[in-house]
Every structure is written in structure tokens, then in C-alpha cells.
Design a protein around this ligand. Structure first.
Ligand code: FES
Length: 63
């Protein structure tokens, strides 16, 4: 599933970046060969980082 449309980044790519040590959205963008653009994906990337790269966390409804 695409998480970042600006950079064409998928949940699998982001999970791999987090597993490789990315702990901030900027590091995830860099690891995936992209960069911050519109920022619409930042909250989802942060959620995935906090969940340890679990893409299912990004689909969980807000509490
Ligand atoms: S959707 Fe990720 S920077 Fe725009």
C-alpha cells in the first residue's frame, strides 16, 4: 500500500527503513530515496515508527 504518494513510498519500504534504524520521518524519506514534500504522510510515518515499523498501526482507527 502506498503511504507517501509524493515519493511513491510503500508501507513495506517504510517498515524496512524503520527496521534498519530510521527513527524520524526525515530518516525514512532518506532511506527510501525520497524527501519531505507535501507532508501528508508524516503522521502515518510517525505512527509506523512508534509501532516499530508495523504498517497495520497506520490503518488502526484513532482512539
Ligand atoms: S505524501 Fe509524502 S510527502 Fe507528500
Amino acid at each position: 500500500m502506498y503511504i507517501c504518494l509524493c515519493n511513491g513510498m510503500t508501507d513495506a519500504q517504510i517498515s524496512a527503513a524503520v527496521a534498519a534504524g530510521a527513527s524520524r520521518p526525515k530518516e525514512v524519506y532518506c532511506a527510501c530515496g525520497g524527501r519531505a514534500q507535501c507532508g501528508n504522510c508524516t503522521a502515518t510515518i510517525l505512527t509506523m515508527i512508534r509501532a516499530g515499523g508495523d504498517s497495520a498501526a497506520s490503518a488502526a482507527p484513532a482512539a
